[in-house]
Design a protein around this ligand. Sequence first.
Ligand code: GCV
Length: 657
Amino acid sequence: MSTQPWHTAWLPDDAFAPLGRRVIVVDASADDAAGLAATVVAEVRAAVERSGGRLADARADAGADLVLAVDPDAGLPPEGFAIARQDGTTRVTAGDEAGLLYAFFHVVRLGERAFDDALPASTHAPAHAVRMLDHWDNVDVHDVMGQVERGYAGGSIFYAAGAVRDDLTRVGAYARLLAASGVNRVAVNNVNVHRTEARLLTDRLGDVVRLADAFRPWGVRVHLAVSFAAPMTLGGLGTCDPLEPAVADWWADAVARVYDAIPDFGGFVVKADSEGQPGPFAYGRDHADGANVLARALAPYGGTVHWRAFVYNHHQDWRDRKTDRARAAYDHFTPLDGKFDENVVVQVKFGPLDFQVREPISPMLAAMPQTHLALELQVTQEYTGQQKHVYYLPEQWSEILGWEPWADGRTVSDVARDVVAVSNVGDDRFWTGHPLAQANLYGFGRLAWDPTLSPEDLLDEWVGLTFPGADPRVRDVLRDLLLGSRATYEQYTAPLGVCFMVGPGHYGPGVDFYEYSPWGTYHFADRDGIGVDRTRASGTGYSAQYPEPWASTYESLDTCPDDLLLFFHHVPYTHVLRSGKTVVQHVYDTHTDGAARTEEMARRWEDARGLVEPDLFDRVRTLLAEQVRSAGEWRDQVRTYFWRHSGVPDERGGPLY
Ligand code: GCV
């Protein structure tokens, strides 16, 4: 059993038992540069010691149950592996050491099936070479945002009290969980780079070295979020103009020192000209100028710049009905297509606003064919219940990854080279606050590896690993709770794609909380109707940023999907949806039904009592009670808001206040 105080998540010792009972050979080349083969050997050794199997000599693999081998000449893609069963032996061949590590965890996932003679031969390789988690962790506790910005699982596992932690054992355990899910990159600090965090690039680089050392044995390379103003704030220059040679020199020197200390350093993540972060606009330069100066410093070492496209005016005047925040990223970036250096990846949030429950997929993803793109998702549940509500994100992500911008078979996963997400992990015992939010972290890595995996299968995989040997009712309860949870959350929160009806801190209802704010997130409800006219014909023209057929589909009231109606159109409350219901009755019904569903979920969880660890059971039970409370608050406020604005009664006669 694990002796650590943190939960074992999807790697409890029992998950290794099917493998640990076997005779296993690991046949890796002597060239184990990153130490990944050594990691696999150590894992196998620990598993067989726990479960009675044996690690056999690589020269005598006859009779082994499992052979894990590296063969650089096997013609496999990077990180890839092949698995087949023959003559009583399961043979796994990887093309490189990283493939060996992923193959090992694949065998763990298969459990007993890995040793079934009926195991079909298969080959595996990641769809995305870069599968990255961005941590919004601060070194110093920030006055407003705390230790982890938008973190809902306690403090940072990296930093405490203004410094990197002395004991990084838990970071190693995290890296192991990530390797088992397929993640291979981590950015270790917040994209809002504050004063102390900026110094991770220079005099605090030693902290990054220690983190990189903890991640390396698990095939995870470390990236750093840097401030565009670093040449001034850290370097003492009078400018950070990207076209100024002294600025380029400063970056080149800083990068040289980083690679001297961390030869496998991944690169930089940059939030520039966004929500107060400095950027190239101050010098009349564009974002290609800005990104390329960093890229050129990193290029000699193979490093990458992930340059975020989250650029918009956050000082908007709500009286201004013309400016549309949803347009901003596309308007700023698409004219720069083809101007970014080869090692720049423009990182695009999946939607044009900000990780909402329902917003259309960013049209930018379809508009930059000459630029490497990263799709940015959010595992941390900023707008999706803050790890107090059950919200199984893979349901939303597989919809996003599989969306076809041209409706011709090409998907978002095809156009995004990298897949990135904001981590949901903290120093909470369960890692993610809500124990069931572990399924989101696991699901992210797996979907970044293979976007075609179904959310249902992923859930079963996660349940099988996390609760090995559990009563089959556990799986049934978890399926009932998690599958459809995104739809439930959507039912009781902002309706029909209208977005941003959240309260302070982005939790709970706040129907008008952002309506007169500078953040550019409005729904424009009045006594006659609600929604944002983003059409080309009469609105902000955002719909025209899409290629066909979506531009026309979204433009027309007749074809716009119901679930995005209020994102694209301002309509009367009595507008009849394609479902046949009026907007207002839809809101009444979905909010009543969604909140009622959370009560069923809380009751259903009682069926798991005694079947899972008591502390996990209690944590989920407590959080479900909060979800029920919060969903009731959402229901009553949103329903009442629509009633007071429209004067239309609820046909079903539910309470309105
Ligand atoms: C890190 C949203 C969040 C911010 C976050 C920002 C971003 O606006 O509320 O906390 O800042 O997105 O993605 O940069």
